[in-house]
Design a protein around this ligand. Structure first.
Ligand code: SF4
Length: 266
């Protein structure tokens, strides 16, 4: 890789707490969730990079430029599991003093992989289950269940790994029952993370509608969205009835985070 054109350190000067250097371990995502643009950008099949080349790049950036914090830009870092394990072994074999983060799929994360990941330099896990309800997980085509989400949260709590979760609020079809299920799921997650206080943040958004995504096509078919909508400027789905939900959930997480750090239960 020719890095003569720029100094990687320029990327690290902006902040010291979020990884500024991205590493690509693969391209493409075969999960094809119903709202996501990644399979369209990178392809619907994974193209895997050799574990040796991945860690070669990291080692070069570390030894020649002093970079020690990286973020894997893979759509899902731990998929397929055997490729992920091979990357971990490559890290462990080289004993580099580096840390890294990445987006994990919940269903295949267990204590063994979490433990290996920590030894290999994992410093924070990002999850993007995106839905807090059974209906939402189906609607978004996540191929995950709520027990998968709780199990993964338990694994990160038990292994004391800093965890970041992403969720989307006010999904199509959500009514009062979905709102109360969302609260239940969120509170259960906060409970799981309370004692180790390993939940860094929960990031809430509304669904951004992308052209040609299955969910967008569905909303057009149902008449909720105009087929002529220009989506170059971002369009988000957030009908008025529960448009406040995102802020309520966010405020709740902020207060839970503050109280768990102070070891105050509420
Ligand atoms: S949301 Fe994540 S897992 Fe789903 S298709 Fe997009 S990148 Fe893949």
């Amino acid at each position: 890789m020719d890095r003569a054109g720029f100094d990687p350190k320029d990327y690290t000067r902006g902040n010291a707490y979020v990884a500024a250097i991205g590493i690509e371990g693969k391209r493409g995502c075969d999960l094809c969730c119903g709202y996501c643009v990644y399979p369209c950008i990178g392809g619907g099949q994974m193209r895997l990079r050799s574990p040796k080349k991945i860690v070669d790049e990291i080692e070069l950036l570390y030894r020649e430029h002093g970079i020690s914090l990286f973020h894997f830009t893979d759509p899902v870092i731990n998929r397929p599991v055997d490729h992920f394990e091979a990357v971990l072994k490559e890290f462990i074999g080289r004993k580099l003093d580096v840390n890294w983060t990445g987006f994990f799929q919940e269903d295949t994360l267990d204590d063994r992989l979490a433990g290996m990941s920590k030894v290999a330099g994992l410093i924070a896990i990002y999850f993007s289950a995106d839905a807090l309800t059974d209906h939402g997980l189906k609607l978004l085509g996540k191929r995950l269940t709520k027990p998968d989400i709780f199990k993964a949260a338990t694994v990160t709590a038990r292994n004391n790994i800093l965890t970041m979760c992403h969720f989307l609020a006010n999904l199509p079809g959500d009514g009062a029952a979905a709102v109360s299920e969302s609260w239940e799921t969120l509170n259960r997650l906060l409970d799981i993370h309370a004692s180790p206080a390993n939940l860094g943040t929960v990031i809430f958004n509304h669904i951004r509608l992308y052209p040609e995504a299955p969910l967008t096509r569905r909303l057009i078919r149902s008449g909720e969205l105009s087929p002529d909508m220009d989506m170059l400027y971002p369009v988000y789905y957030n009908p008025p009835r529960f448009s406040h939900l995102l802020h309520d959930l966010e405020a709740h997480c902020h207060s839970a985070g503050v109280f768990s750090r102070l070891k105050i239960t509420h």
